[in-house]
Design a protein around this ligand. Structure first.
Ligand code: NAD
Ligand code: TDX
Length: 336
């Protein structure tokens, strides 16, 4: 297979590129990424000279460049990770979310259609389903009910993917995964922000009462699920991905502080996120039954490994936190 991975320099994309190069040495992996603030080639440093790996800096909205790349590399599958991915940024500046996530996906779908790509996989999110109450789970047929500009843009892209399947008969899949964690996670997101702030002796900003629930999945379990969908997903199907690791934010934060042996007094409750979804929980029965997927990670083990990764890779996150991200941080949280 010659696979175009868009957004392969970001958190999940770079973990997926690594997973594919390790698992399928005979596949060609073409990483196409715009290298926005979230894209970082350092994530794939050890792989840059592999002969079955190439990187192209490009925008998923650039149809001409995509046509050239797809033809040159005889691409037969596309997996779209490229997106603006942070909910808080979508609240302060929604426009780029529509441009990248909606328009970008539609351009990519056109390129796939015009080049007879055999499989297109859209990496979506559980956030498109909106928020749950105290109980229940999202299943694939749960109505889309996004609440943030980010999730509205992801839901819109999902609808375009489904429309291209229905209208043009394209072989597509959509995956909807819960919150990922693991190595190379950008420190604007909850887990890496809390780990790195604690290590720097800074306050840990908790939105609202800290009792919002997220359903955590180790990024390598997400990668193995995408692998199965790429190879065995039935045309047009949606697959939910999640490992039944529902946690309140405050409990995750306390666990991080305990691992690092840092005081709970670093926790600072701040104003809630606007439109903050209360609870996400995924029912992943379909991908388990139809494709035989099973997550390998237990959350406690995964969190410990992740904390250790940040302890051992200070240079990686220091470079991020001292650069442009610093300006975003001051705008988002002020000086805590
Ligand atoms: P990320 O922000 O770490 O990475 C996004 C990547 O996309 C970056 O490398 C960035 O440079 C690239 N990119 C942005 N705009 C681009 C454009 N116009 N053209 C080409 N590349 C562009 O995001 P992530 O957390 O790795 O998420 C990857 C995908 O998975 C996203 O589609 C996201 O919606 C989805 N997802 C994320 C999670 C999660 O918990 N992080 C969970 C479920 C689904
Ligand atoms: O400083 C913070 N304080 C805080 O309390 C941050 C950054 C987050 N939070 C809370 C908000 C959420 O309830 O922690 C929870 C997780 O927040 P994020 O890490 O921003 O993730 P979330 O909003 O749940 O979205 C993530 O999961 C689904 C990804 O960023 C999305 O790309 C993915 O689609």
């Amino acid at each position: 297979m010659n696979i175009l991975v868009t957004g392969g320099a970001g958190f999940i994309g770079s973990n997926f590129v690594r997973y594919m190069l390790d698992t399928y040495p005979d596949y060609q992996i073409i990483n196409y990424d715009l290298l926005t603030y979230a894209g970082n080639l350092e994530n794939l440093k050890e792989y840059e000279n592999r002969k079955n790996y190439s990187f192209i800096k490009g925008d998923i909205r650039n149809k001409e460049l995509l046509q050239y790349v797809v033809k040159k590399h005889r691409v037969n599958a596309i997996i779209n990770f490229a997106a603006e991915s942070h909910v808080d940024r979508s609240i302060s500046d929604p426009g780029i979310f529509v441009k990248t996530n909606v328009l970008g996906t539609q351009v990519l779908l056109d390129v796939a259609k015009e080049n007879n790509i055999v499989k297109y996989v859209q990496i979506s999110t559980d956030e498109v389903y909106g928020s749950l109450g105290e109980d229940g789970f999202f299943i694939e047929t749960t109505p889309l009910s996004p609440n943030s500009p980010y999730s509205a843009s992801k839901a819109s892209s999902d609808l375009f993917v489904q429309a291209y399947h229905e209208t043009y008969g394209m072989n597509v899949n959509i995956t909807r995964c819960s919150n990922n964690y693991g190595p190379f996670h950008f420190p604007e997101k909850l887990i890496p922000l809390m780990i790195t702030n604690a290590l720097e002796g800074k306050s840990l900003p908790v939105y609202g009462d800290g009792k919002n629930v997220r359903d955590w999945l180790h990024v390598s379990d997400h990668c193995s699920a995408i692998d199965l969908v790429l190879h065995n997903g039935a045309p047009g199907e949606v697959y939910n991905i999640g490992g039944h690791n529902e946690k309140q934010n405050i409990d995750v934060i306390k666990e991080i502080l305990n691992i690092l042996e840092k005081p709970h007094s670093l926790i600072q409750f701040i104003e809630d996120r606007a439109g903050h979804d209360r609870r996400y929980a995924i029912d992943a029965t379909k991908i388990r039954d139809d494709l035989g997927w099973k997550p390998a990670y237990d959350f406690e083990k995964g969190l410990l490994e992740t904390v250790n990764w940040y302890l051992n890779n200070k240079a990686w996150w220091n470079r991020i936190k001292s650069g442009e991200y610093q300006r975003y941080y001051e705008t988002q949280y002020g000086i805590l």
